[in-house]
Design a protein around this ligand. Sequence first.
Ligand code: ARG
Length: 461
Amino acid sequence: NDGALWGARFASGPSPELATLSRSTHFDWVLALYDIAGSHAHAAALAAAGYLTADEEARMHAGLDALAAAVADGSLVAQPTDEDVHGALEAALIAEIGPALGGKLRAGRSRNDQIATLVRLYLLDHARVIARDLLRVVDAIVSQAEAHAEAIMPGRTHLQHAQPILLAHHLQAHGWPLVRDLERLRDWAARASVSPYGGGALAGATLGLDPQLVADRLGLARPAENSLDGTSSRDVVAEFAFIAAMIGVDLSRFAEDIIIWNTREFGFVTLDDGYSTGSSIMPQKKNPDIAELARGKAGRLIGNLSGLLATLKALPLAYNRDLQEDKEPVFDSVLTLETVLPAFAGMVATMRFDTARMAALAPAGFSLATDVAEWLVKQGVPFRDAHEISGSLVRACEERGIGLEDADDALLAEVSTQLTPNVREVLTIEGSVASRTGAGGTSGVRVAEQRAELIARSQSA
Ligand code: ARG
């Protein structure tokens, strides 16, 4: 087995079935440039500890640079005989700079500390891409909220009309979870910025290599505190998978609103043609597929997280080959988000709202009944009684097939002497919305403040 990383103690080479099962190059090749970065750092540590002369170190870096260029332009790929990315790159390095020098690089490191480091480097890089894409969704939400700062819509609980709210308030409510996801990525990155390199297979190194030097070269904050933990824990990978799943779930809730708003029955939103799809049989169809795919892919992101947790559960220390199963799920989560987020941002940025329809439906379902009760409280009526009076007015209006705002003076007086004609000051959706000035509430002033805070938090995450 030419170029294999092991074999001397074996009487025979690996069976073809084992080789097929064991091979990981079809997915771990995406780590090739990170593996090379790790090798640069490791070569520097070997040189600093006196295992490579200055000339050898220079030739080693040059050889690794040649490998990186060949990986980047696609001329270097894994061979069918390569077990994994580490072995493939060592074989390529030896072909590049010869076995006398190339054979020195493996001293003091193991694939176990390598892979645990590389997966962190990969995730840290992609976390930055995902954060940037997520910020674009937040920006699209903020732009739509700014463009519709005063538009009023029906606010719902249990999907039933509840109280009128500002459309901007609702849109921003989808922005906040995404801002917290940005903050989660930032907090996670601080925990992920640890280098297991130097931990060896499990027990640590004997060669006196400086792990902080390696960490510095890789842009990681510090070496792992414990070599067993460093090589065999994957909570950092699982936490990333959780954040990815949370982002998926947060997007799916917004997606569901958009799908409902886009129905003929609601008619609140029209999606741009560039962000909608058609039907192969029904010529008239225009479907919200981006929102549906975002909603559907949340399931896949959750699956990646639960699969990974199942792999980790009860795994004994230290490294076990099971840990190779950490990569495909998170690679898939990364690819999924990097595909979904840009499309989602474009869909949100280009949605058109029928604000007239939203405003017209806002008072439906007696959504101003709470305002009537709270107006009575301001007149000194105990809320318990106010709730009863307002509820009776709803019943009286419902029986007559009219809205609260249509009740005449006689009907108001018939329901309760406390309901003077002045109650009409809260029987408009504008009055209702404007009066909700409590913290976090739906009045225009509060929503504008929340928007400024949302922008500030999203930019500092
Ligand atoms: N491919 C392995 C992984 O992804 C790393 C190699 C470790 N192999 C080993 N036999 N210890 O975890």
